[in-house]
Design a binder for this molecule. Structure first.
Ligand code: AHR
Length: 506
């Protein structure tokens, strides 16, 4: 048994949590769209082909914003191909994933799906094969009220009212040699600047994100952000970050050290953005959009990423998640919350089948992967102000990060309900953790609202079509509350949620 302490104070606030950190991602890749969210003829599909089993799980997941349409797919995409009568839409080769794209699902279908799911859309413009001209036309089609050829075309396509899409990504991973028409930092920075300029002239209310490095270990990491922001600092609101956790040492302890590495990544990018601000004598702060993150290493071979013969909706990167992956995802969510002052949007990549929290079979069922659970709990209970956690915990040494505390935790307090949500990961893999939590300034008559735990004796345990609830949350027992002090016992290798309230029960 190890002992840890977690202290928060109502006066020590990181930031109000932007609920857009509970975003996900739908790319035209593999089976995310086709046989994922969209499958005409499926027993649960509605008249538009939207799978209602997936819709119900999406709502339960609680995702708040969904990025679309890519990803690498974006850099060869013509938005015009995906609008208008379906029988007139072209079928194209998708060079990103060597697949055949039928365009039976496009912008208007995605907007209808978002409305049904109760999520905000996060769109992206193609800055690979295309540029500012298409970006301004696409925005005009989506957001202009009427009276122009493109806005009237949207109406003809059945959408009288503008879509009013606020959040736009300027391209995707433009530094990556794998990207269709990758750019140097100077080329992309100039392009982002000019694209942002014309997009704001079409609709001044848009929020714009420039591409940061594709991953932390890119050779140009840091320098890329510095150069790009030098060009477009005044034009954009966000810079993006992408990270996929891997387990190269086949060690759970090493794997969970990625969580602290992610925290460092965020702080490094904020520092680079602020150094550009300093150089420009600006008080503006560029916010961070962590618009692709997840665990992804088991289904990462070339064969996982590409199938021969230009197939439609092939099974690509259908990573099956295990218990330790759910712990890593829980830890990533804690990091995101604890950086709430800079990370204002984040998208777990992706939503369905393609490295997704939801899995489906064509014509068959849909189920929750292990990583679904920490995400759904955080999206449900993390509301309000994130309090600065003071953590006293023994640590371990890892190659992924030099000093890793066994306790990883975040505390979010909602003034409107009086509820405090505590998210705690026990990274000790053999010992229980006795945690003592002190909630200062949040009321002295705390009572328990919820206590859940995600634990499995086997770190490699998965959820499958046959056993969809093998890894699923249970009650966290033995939580004791004395005034504003809480104690609990966290199982080895577990993700835990404790919710208290100081309000009288109604
Ligand atoms: O999410 C899968 C792929 O990973 C995305 O298309 C790309 O942006 C990233 O490299």
């Amino acid at each position: 048994m190890i002992s840890t302490r977690l202290v928060v104070d109502n006066d020590f606030v990181i930031s109000e949590l932007d609920r857009r950190v509970f975003g996900t991602f739908v790319e035209h890749m593999g089976r995310c769209v086709y046989t994922g969210i969209y499958e005409p003829g499926h027993p649960s599909a509605d008249a538009r082909g939207f799978r209602q089993d997936v819709m119900a799980l999406t709502r339960e997941l609680g995702t708040t914003i969904v990025r679309y349409p890519g990803g690498n797919f974006l850099s060869g995409y013509n938005w015009e191909d995906g609008v208008g009568p379906k029988d007139q839409r072209p079928t194209r080769l998708d060079l990103a994933w060597l697949s055949t794209e039928t365009n039976q699902f496009g912008t208007n279908e995605f907007m209808d799906w978002c409305r049904d799911a109760g999520v905000e859309p996060m769109f992206a413009v193609n800055l690979g094969t295309r540029g500012p001209d298409e970006a301004r036309h696409f925005l005009e089609y989506c957001n202009h009220p009427g009276g122009t050829t493109l806005s009237e075309l949207r109406k003809e396509h059945g959408h009288e009212k503008p879509h009013d899409i606020k959040f736009w990504c300027l391209g995707n991973e433009m530094d990556g040699p794998w990207q269709i028409c990758a750019k140097t930092a100077d080329e992309y920075g100039r392009l982002a600047h000019e694209t942002a300029k014309v997009m704001r002239w079409v609709d001044p209310s848009v929020v714009l994100a420039a591409c940061g490095s594709s991953k932390h270990d890119m050779a140009t990491f840091g320098q890329w952000e510095d150069t790009v922001l030098d060009h477009c600092f005044d034009d954009v609101d966000f810079i993006s970050l992408h990270a996929y956790f891997e387990n190269p040492h086949a060690s759970t302890a090493e794997f969970l050290g990625n969580i602290d590495q992610m925290d460092l990544f965020i702080k490094e990018i904020a520092a680079v953005a602020d150094s550009v601000a300093a150089r420009k004598h600006s008080h503006k702060r560029i916010m961070l959009s962590f618009d692709e993150w997840n665990v992804w290493y088991k289904a990462r071979t070339l064969d996982d990423r590409r199938k021969p013969g230009w197939p439609q909706a092939p099974r690509l990167i259908e990573e099956v998640y295990n218990h330790e992956d759910a712990l890593a995802v829980g830890g990533a969510l804690i990091v995101m919350m604890n950086n709430a002052d800079r990370v204002k949007t984040a998208c777990m990549a992706q939503l369905v089948n393609v490295i997704g929290p939801i899995m489906t079979e064509p014509g068959g069922p849909a189920w929750r992967q292990t990583i679904f659970h920490p995400f759904a709990q955080a999206a449900r209970y993390a509301r309000g102000r994130v309090l600065r956690p003071v953590i006293h915990s023994p640590t371990y040494q890892a190659k992924t990060f030099p000093e890793v505390p066994y306790l990883c935790a975040s505390v979010v307090h909602d003034d409107s309900t009086g509820q405090t949500a505590i998210f705690a990961l026990n990274r000790h893999l053999s010992d229980e953790q006795e945690i003592s939590i002190e909630l200062r300034g949040l009321g002295d008559r705390q009572r328990l609202v919820e206590a859940l735990q995600l634990h499995h004796a086997d770190m490699k345990a998965t959820n499958t079509q046959e056993a969809p609830d093998n890894v699923s949350p249970g009650r966290l027992e033995a939580v004791e509350i004395d005034g504003h002090r809480i104690t609990a016992r966290l199982k080895p290798g577990s993700w835990n949620l404790i919710v208290t309230s100081n309000a009288k029960p109604s």
